[in-house]
Design a protein around this ligand. Structure first.
Ligand SMILES: [Zn+2]
Length: 284
């Protein structure tokens, strides 16, 4: 597990001219008090944890989207948790705090491995025009869920594994289906026998379920504060939209619906609409 390090001297530079709030590097305080905080990994597909000080809960935005903010253990201390998508290039970025000031941070490069997959169903590699209409409709439904903001409950910062399986494809793989380049792997694949239970990795609200073209039988869970998780290729779905589930509660079962080469759970985790490595939220 990489040791979280808050980099960026620019944070200090910005904090010298504060407007209403004071931003400080107080990372150490969080590592001891919140043992179940997500892992800081400033790469595409990773998470950036930014400590700050404020006399109120700061509203933090990244590229116009609200970002999860955790309460610190001592007074006036906060930690923004920023999801970084696989599409972000390495470089310097910034979050906005209360619309008043910005804190910059660096995203470092990461080389993800390449994976070649063979899919026998040609339509799942080169969909027909009708399929594309369906794919676009389903994508819109999923996208709406990924951008939802619900802060009615405390933030969820750690997950348990949603199923008993072995990792068959890690997050971020650069993918080729039948030798054609496709989007990188935006989740974690856990291979298990068909019918093995899939459970909620944390408290959440079921926001969508469906039988999607690529993802097969799918459940989307909203954990609040921009943290959304998705379960795909299920053989069975045991929940309906609107259900509130607790950690460990049954969502359905592992299957092989949609575009698959064998039974497995594809598990995606999204933070501020960035698909990030689910491992970063797994309790050690
Ligand atoms: Zn997958």
């Amino acid at each position: 597990m990489p040791k979280p390090v808050i980099q960026s001297t620019s944070i200090l530079k910005h904090s010298l001219h504060t407007v209403g709030i004071t931003l400080l590097l107080v990372y150490a305080a969080f590592t001891t008090a919140q043992s179940r905080q997500p892992v800081h990994l400033p790469v595409p597909g990773g998470l950036v944890l930014l400590a700050m000080e404020s006399d109120h809960r700061p509203e933090v935005q990244f590229e116009g989207r609200r970002v999860m903010v955790l309460e610190g253990d001592s007074q006036n201390q906060w930690m923004a948790v920023v999801g970084i998508s696989l599409a972000h290039l390495p470089g310097t970025y910034a979050v906005q705090v209360d619309g008043l000031k910005s804190i910059s941070f660096d995203i470092n490069p990461k080389d993800y491995e390449t994976q070649y997959l063979t899919v026998t169903n040609q339509r799942q590699v080169n969909p027909t025009a009708d399929d594309l209409v369906r794919i676009r409709r389903e994508k819109a439904e999923m996208d709406r869920t990924f951008v939802n903001w619900d802060d009615s409950a405390d933030p969820v910062t750690a997950f348990i594994l949603p199923t008993r399986g072995v990792v068959s494809s890690s997050f971020g793989l650069r993918r080729f289906f039948n030798d054609q380049a496709r989007s990188p792997h935006s989740g974690l694949d856990l291979a298990a026998a068909e019918g093995v239970a899939i459970v909620a990795p944390a408290r959440g609200k079921v926001t969508a379920t469906g039988d999607y073209f690529f993802n097969g039988n799918t459940v989307l869970l909203d954990h609040g504060h921009g943290l959304i998780s998705m379960y795909c290729h299920m053989s069975r779905i045991n929940v309906t939209p609107g259900d509130i589930v607790a950690a460990g509660e049954l969502l359905g079962a592992v299957g092989r619906t949609g575009r698959v080469t064998g039974p497995h759970l594809h598990w995606s985790v999204s933070l501020n609409n960035a698909r990030v490595d689910p491992n970063l939220f797994l309790a050690e």
